[in-house]
Structures are given as C-alpha cells and as structure tokens.
Ligand binder design. Sequence first.
Ligand code: HEM
Length: 88
Amino acid sequence: MASPKKYSWQEIRKHSSDKSAWIVIKNTVYDVTDYMAEHPGGPEWILDWVGKEADEAFDTKGGMGQEHSVFALEILKKYKIGVVDKSS
Ligand code: HEM
C-alpha cells in the first residue's frame, strides 16, 4: 500500500474554518469539513479544534471526561487524509 500523504503543520493550520476543517488526532490528519454539520451536539465542538491537534479534546469530548464510542471512531476513519509530517 502506498504510504500515507504527509502534511506539514504550516499546511494543516490553514484548514481552520468551516469552509475547510482539518483536525489532527494521534498524528493523523482528518478532513472533517463535511462531517461537522452532522456532529451530535453540534459543529461548534469540532470547530474549536480545526487546524489543530485535538487528541485530548477528542478523548474527553471537549473536557466532558467521556470517550467517544467505537462507532465515532469508525466514522472518524472515513475522513482520514494523511499523517503529520513530523519533520515540519
Ligand atoms: C475533537 C473535537 C470534538 C469534540 C470536542 C467532540 C465532542 C463531542 C460531544 C460533547 C459529544 C456529545 C454530544 C451530545 O451527546 O449532545 C460528542 C458526540 C459524538 N461525536 Fe464528537 N467531538 C469531537 C470530534 C468528533 C469527530 C471528529 C467525530 C467523528 C468524525 C465525532 C463523532 C461523534 C459521535 C458519533 C458522537 C455521538 C456519541 C458517540 O458515538 O460517542 N466527534 N462529541
């Protein structure tokens, strides 16, 4: 399988609005632009984290101390576009 596309932080940071919304969870880059409107509880939860690393926010549902379900992880997988270029 081809190696995943790598994105620099410089590039990732540009995708920080509802027009183009990328989030990084565990060094993986997800384009959640099309998902945000469907997010339970509203898009705002995700919008706080676009263009950024959101490991803790995702794991705690924005500080609510609850993990996302396996179902949520399955959805997330569909939006993977690549990984963080760690040399960036
Ligand atoms: C990183 C920022 C995120 C935060 C702070 C966040 C926060 C939350 C919160 C507070 C809820 C509960 C809403 C309610 O019950 O009214 C929730 C539920 C949910 N979220 Fe997120 N979320 C984030 C990202 C995502 C992403 C990227 C996905 C999937 C692509 C996702 C999928 C879901 C799903 C499916 C639920 C329903 C409950 C569950 O299955 O765990 N969330 N989220």
